[in-house]
Design a protein around this ligand. Structure first.
Ligand code: PLP
Length: 369
């Protein structure tokens, strides 16, 4: 019936990732940490990381230690920073696998020191400074004391210092300047203890592009790497390419009589004889049960009708289509396109929420790279 192994799949264009890296490097003139947390926002962490390294990224960033392990087990040898917390077992494994951890509190300092002493092997850390995100980090006034304590531990190496901006998508927000000032005061304090660590980083995608003074010597980029917009209402320059396309095959196409109901709760009724198609994707795959869903079939926008099901969605077709006809859920078809930012706007969600929540049961097919 169909010439693909799955009726629903993602195509991840690794050439787009590599291309985007090259443009980020050219436009920021700063070494790049490719952020590949949450399975590279649902795109596939190992493959995206490999493409990013090919594209010139010198660091990889993840949120959890398990994500770093996945990259190492995938054969990736580039430096990896875990931005979030690690348990004591994970600290041991970080030492063994040469993964760099964020040091963000007295508790993490004590834990890392104890595990590194026990292993008699070095643990690399980046000191995380709290500047206004209110999440993780040591206050700028404590940075010098931390640096001295860390340097007293011969098995902990301070390789970097970083912080995270809370409002970089709004370049005029006064918090940006305040956070930069606090970060600089932490840097000043560290300098006062001897030397600054090798890597200094503050910028995510938004800051790397909107706030060049926050680039220091490393930018941490997730969204733009994948061709996702910085703000959903602002297009990226044309040379950035979206990496993700979501496709399906039509699994049913039938003519329903006027007055025939469609879906749970019979929320839709055919107004006349209508061609109703079924696509094998539902809210269990990462779509959402809101009004306004649509897909592309035959180069035309076909609205979803009736309530979305867990595994399937019914769509109103302008005419009959053969079973197996290609359906685009995210991407371009002919002159029409539906992008991640369109779905994000429809769902009142971030683009990262849209792509990260595409269920693992949807196979990822990697192109290029
Ligand atoms: C997720 C994350 C980033 C990347 O953010 P983008 O907006 O996707 O570029 C950078 N830094 C930290 C600390 C993060 O958690």
């Amino acid at each position: 019936m169909m010439d693909v192994s799955s009726p629903l799949w993602l195509e991840i264009d690794l050439n787009a990732v590599q291309n985007n890296c090259a443009h980020i490097l050219r436009e920021t003139q700063t070494p790049l940490m490719a952020i590949v947390k949450a399975d590279a926002y649902g795109h596939g962490a190992v493959e995206v990381a490999r493409a990013a390294v090919k594209g010139g990224a010198v660091w990889l960033g993840v949120a959890r230690f398990g994500e770093a392990r996945e990259l190492r087990e995938g054969g990736i040898r580039a430096p990896i920073l875990v931005l979030g917390a690690a348990t004591s077992n994970e600290v041991d494994e970080a030492i063994a696998r040469d993964v760099t951890l964020a040091l963000y509190s007295f508790e993490t300092l004590e834990l890392y020191a104890a595990r590194a002493r026990r292993a008699s092997l070095p643990l690399k850390i980046h000191l995380k400074v709290e500047t206004g995100m209110g999440r993780l980090g040591v206050f700028p006034e404590d940075a010098a004391a931390f640096a001295r304590r860390v340097r007293a531990e011969k098995n902990i190496l301070i390789d970097g210092v970083f912080s995270h901006l809370a409002a970089a998508e709004e370049p005029d927000n006064l918090l940006n300047a305040l956070q930069l000032k606090r970060f600089q005061s932490a840097l000043g304090a560290l300098q006062g203890t001897g030397a600054l660590p090798r890597w200094i980083h503050l910028a995510n995608s938004a800051a790397a592009f909107y706030l060049p003074q926050t680039r220091f010597n490393l930018v941490r980029v997730g969204n733009v790497l994948l061709g996702l917009r910085i703000r959903i209402d602002e297009p990226l320059p044309e040379h950035y390419k979206p990496a993700l396309t979501w496709k399906a095959r039509l699994v049913s196409c039938r003519r329903l009589p006027a007055g025939w109901s469609v879906g749970y709760g019979a929320e839709y009724t055919a107004r006349q004889e209508e061609w109703i198609g079924v696509i094998p994707a539902g809210y269990g795959d990462g779509l959402r049960r809101v009004d306004g869903n649509a897909v592309l079939i035959g180069g035309e926008v076909c609205p979803a009708v009736g309530r979305l099901c867990l595994d399937q969605t019914m769509v109103l077709l302008p005419r009959a289509y053969p079973i197996g006809e290609e359906v685009v859920i995210i991407g371009r078809q002919g002159a029409r396109s539906i992008w991640v930012h369109d779905l994000a706007a429809l769902y009142r969600a971030s683009q990262v929420e849209v792509t990260s929540l595409i269920h693992r049961r949807v196979p990822r097919i990697f192109l290029g790279g």
